[in-house]
Design a protein around this ligand. Structure first.
Ligand code: ADE
Ligand code: ZN
Length: 341
């Protein structure tokens, strides 16, 4: 990095190669595509227009968002629908210079409506395969809905296992408070035996204790969100020492009122404490921005600088589940970008 040369930081943030490690594919469904799929499938949405729907995107907390997010998924019925949704995201990711995307999907949202696991994963996986032509390496992570039972998570795992080669890991999402990680101890232990990668949402709205149990009971490799960890110095030390990546989603935190404004986001504190923090979009169609918008708005609000940009991009590759050789290639491309800046 040429520290003496003034850099156009917004341009660098946009251009730098990066990995996205926290994106719910159902949360990338833009209102325009939602209405298009509703028409194609003869589904009636409880909104008159795209504008009307967008107006409903005023959230007060995680649950107020989830209610609308699950309703929006009702337009997804056929394999092609899942493909089209994922393909739209992957093209957008390419535009934001995402080299690798590890994409969450919520099968239970669909199987509960009678859509088969094959339909869901068939469409998503085909889009991921096609994305190679865009220069994006895309993999799938199956998430269990934590407001449902562990038994239902086991049934979901059972239904997905014939398609084991189409996903690299499992996660845990949906309503956090009242559904601690340990509720899913046995199903995560089984997934671990199966050689799946393990992640979980923890410390988004929930307390630091949920991050501890995600680590110690579920034995996850990454924490999704994790921003509440800053309230517990011993936990911060643990996350730094074990180099546990945190997949932070600033615009999501803003829209779900985890922080009152972006200037008060604790991303800088997480980086200063030596944590492997990353920047991600979570549900970009609902929260007003894809990954580059998350970088640009957060840097503008908090005054993070070019060194933080490099660290965050580097963390995204190091924290990914890519092969070691691919990680080295990604980081070489990152270094080329910063040496040129
Ligand atoms: N599902 C989609 N987005 C989520 C979030 N931010 N937290 C928990 N579950 C989710
Ligand atoms: Zn999430």
């Amino acid at each position: 990095m040429h520290a003496s040369v003034p850099t156009d930081l917004p341009a660098l943030l946009a251009a730098m190669p990066k990995a996205e490690l926290h994106i719910h594919i159902e949360g990338s469904l833009e209102p325009e595509l939602m209405f298009q799929l509703a028409r194609r499938n003869g589904v009636t949405l409880p909104y008159a227009s795209v504008e009307d729907l967008r107006k409903a995107y005023a959230f007060s907390n995680l649950q107020s968002f989830l209610d609308i997010y699950y309703a929006g998924a009702s337009v997804l019925l056929h394999e092609q629908d899942f493909h089209d949704m994922a393909w739209a995201y992957l093209q957008r990711a390419r535009h934001d210079n995402v080299l690798r995307a590890e994409i969450f999907f919520d099968p239970q949202t669909h199987t509960a409506r009678g859509v088969s696991m094959e339909t869901v994963m068939g469409g998503l996986h085909r889009a991921c395969t096609d994305a190679k032509n865009l220069g994006v390496d895309a993999e799938l992570i199956l998430c269990f809905l934590r407001h449902l039972s562990e038994q239902e998570a086991f049934e979901t795992l059972e239904a997905a296992l014939p398609l084991r080669d189409r996903f690299i890991g499992v996660g845990l999402d949906s309503s956090e408070v009242g559904h601690p990680p340990e509720k899913f101890a046995r199903v995560f232990a089984r997934c671990r035996e199966l050689g799946l990668h393990l992640v979980a949402h923890a410390g988004e709205e929930g307390p630091p204790e949920y991050v501890w149990s995600a680590l110690d009971v579920l034995k996850v490799e990454r924490i999704d969100h994790g921003v509440q960890s800053a309230r517990d110095p011993a936990l911060m030390q643990r996350l730094a020492q074990d180099r546990i990546p945190l997949t932070v989603c600033p615009l999501s935190n803003l829209k779900l009122r985890v922080f009152p404004d972006l200037a008060q986001h604790n991303l800088r504190a997480l980086l200063d404490a030596g944590l492997v923090a990353t920047v991600n979009s979570d549900d970009p169609a609902y929260f007003g921005g894809y990954i580059n918008a998350n970088f640009l708005q957060t840097f503008a609000a908090t005054g993070l600088d070019v060194r933080h940009a490099y660290q965050l991009a580097r963390n995204s590759f190091e924290g990914s589940f890519a092969q070691a050789s691919a990680k080295r290639r990604y980081i070489e491309r990152l270094d080329v970008e910063f040496n040129a800046a």
